[in-house]
Design a binder for this molecule. Structure first.
Ligand SMILES: [Fe+2]
Length: 558
């Protein structure tokens, strides 16, 4: 979702706060895209651009034309106890052309110097897959850190660092959680901060890894390649390539495996299975073709294990007996059009968000999981926004949410934790069918709560301007007994620290918008919320859980 001035006004209008926005200097005549002026912590969007905007910023941001084939770095992802995906791409040097097929060799070792070799092999990449390389390394040992690199045409890639999932009895899992990295809105200080942490098993990216807009259509700090909105396969590939030239994103991919899902902007704003708010068939062609292009580029460029059906990214990854990480696709698989009123089918008891097949799989996984924690990584907010309808969230698919809640209640499923991105704000929520009913739900004890939800902030994508947040926040908290924490302004990331006795989500937030380079500071610890085993009650902690004292060495910086 893009929080345009128009959508913000719709939301605030529903809260009876429209006049506040007008008073804060917004008008309601924003275009459907590019309407972010006046929104976000980056002080006035396009109008507030500093000297770091425009061509100068781009020129200093993208590294000079590299003399290596491996200019998009390395990446890894989707770890299991015996396998992990490793990724790179080869690019022709200036003035040269690649053959139709390029053999890329890979090497895997237990140490950064590659003296303890584990395996090696070769992968033939081609133009048909945009010269991306993806190898599913198998036969590995559980809970083990590996280093990997690639060679082609006499050149060697940077060294990547990755880690397999544990098996059996597991005492602790630590995951970084991120979403929503609009390059137009600034620099990826969050990714840089996370790259310096070497204590994480994986990064969970909840989507909006790329944005589809052209330069200055949504955020005016950095320009995009290509400069126009992306709609074709070539466009989507170029946009991923542009993101992967970012040194901060490259650094994070180099050090830690990613577990990704997509949100709407990997295709187009507020997408659903048959279209998108930001897609106009009359001028941009058939949605099916654009969706297929977006899916193909994602499959080529992301370190995700590929299902035989392109576009099927819902899957489960296990961390021993401690965590089943269930990843959903609430966007492109089974979601019908967002609607605002009952006449259009909002309250249809058959209404789907996941689609029947994914929903059946999800319910099966969550109700039969034997892991201590069932962590559900997905896109859009599940908790109810009282007196407010954002039809793009689970609020717009109430029957689907009720079926999930009914399943948890009927099967007495405990220890379910929902992770959400999409809306560039931070929330901690106790999930219950009836948040306003004190007979069935008590926020002081969590009685009647079924699960908890953590909504994570944007890496760069903007939330609300401070002046509006100051007015909205008290009203949200007053009317939402199930909401324990909200931050509507700051960017940042989360750390999930999971043990058999409790799961903690710690938030690290920036005070300001991330429009400047170099970064003034890392995101700082802001708050932490925990849920205990066999409870769905959120409790605030004073500090983040400590990282393990011994961590495997970083992959050397190229
Ligand atoms: Fe987003």
């Amino acid at each position: 979702m893009q929080t345009t001035r128009r959508t913000l006004l719709q939301m605030l209008g529903a809260l009876g706060l429209g006049s506040t926005v007008q008073a804060a200097g917004c008008s309601d005549d924003a275009p459907a895209t590019g309407g972010d002026a006046g929104l976000g912590g980056d002080a006035g969007g396009d109008a507030g651009l500093g000297s770091d905007a425009g061509d100068a910023a781009m020129a200093s941001d993208v590294p000079p034309e590299p003399t290596t084939l491996f200019r998009h770095g390395v990446a890894s992802g989707d770890p299991t106890p015996e396998a992990v995906i490793v990724w790179t791409r080869v690019t022709a040097l200036a003035g040269a052309r690649l053959d139709p097929t390029v053999e890329v060799r890979y090497e895997v070792a237990r140490d950064t110097a590659f003296t303890m070799m584990v395996t090696s092999g070769a992968f033939n990449t081609t133009a048909e897959r945009d010269y991306t390389v993806k190898v599913d390394l198998t036969g590995l040992s559980p809970a083990t850190t590996y280093y990997y690199r690639f060679r082609a045409l006499g050149m060697v890639s940077p060294v990547g660092r990755t880690r397999t999932a544990p098996r059996g009895e597991v005492a602790q899992v630590r995951l970084g959680v991120v979403s929503c990295s609009s390059m137009g809105h600034g620099y990826f200080h969050v990714y840089r901060s996370l790259a310096r942490r070497l204590d994480l098993d994986a990064i969970v990216h909840l989507g909006d890894y790329i944005y589809e807009y052209g330069t200055r259509q949504y955020g005016g700090v950095r320009e995009y390649d290509p400069p126009t909105e992306i709609t074709t396969l070539s466009d989507y590939r170029r946009r991923y390539a542009h993101y992967r030239r970012d040194p901060d994103l490259q650094a994070l991919h180099q050090q830690t495996p990613f577990i990704v899902t997509w949100d709407d902007h990997e295709s187009a704003d507020n997408s659903y299975s048959e279209g998108a708010e930001n897609h106009t068939p009359s001028t941009e062609g058939a949605w099916s073709a654009r969706k297929a292009a977006a899916i193909q580029a994602h499959r080529e460029w992301m370190p995700i294990r590929e299902h035989e059906t392109p576009g099927r990214i819902w899957r489960k990854l296990a961390y021993g007996d401690l965590v089943d990480l269930i990843l959903l696709d609430t966007r492109l698989w089974g979601r019908p059009l967002q609607v605002n009123n009952a006449d259009a089918g909002l309250t249809d008891p058959a209404r789907q968000l996941l689609g029947a097949d994914q929903e059946q799989w999800f319910f099966q996984e969550v109700s039969t999981s034997r892991a201590r924690w069932k962590v559900v990584a997905q896109q859009v907010m599940m908790g109810q926004l009282v007196q407010l309808l954002n039809s793009d969230q689970w609020d717009g698919y109430p029957a689907a949410r009720q079926r999930f809640f009914s399943l948890l209640r009927a099967m007495m499923v405990q220890n379910v934790v929902v992770l959400t991105g999409d809306i560039h704000t931070s929330w901690a929520i106790e999930l219950t069918e009836t948040p306003q009913d004190s007979m069935s739900y008590d926020p002081a004890t969590g009685r009647g709560a079924l699960a908890v939800e953590f909504v994570y902030p944007g890496v760069t994508s903007p939330g609300f301007p401070q002046v509006i947040a100051n007015t909205v926040l008290p009203q949200v908290m007053r009317e939402s007994r199930h909401v324990k924490f909200v931050d509507l302004v700051r960017r940042g990331y989360g750390i999930l620290d999971i043990t058999p006795t409790r799961l903690q989500s710690a938030l690290y937030l920036h005070v300001d918008g991330e429009t400047a380079r170099p970064s003034p500071t890392d995101a700082a610890f802001a708050t932490a919320w925990s849920v205990a085993h066999n409870s769905a009650h959120l409790v605030q902690d004073q500090a983040a859980a400590p990282a393990p004292s011994a961590v495997p060495p970083a992959a050397p910086t190229p």
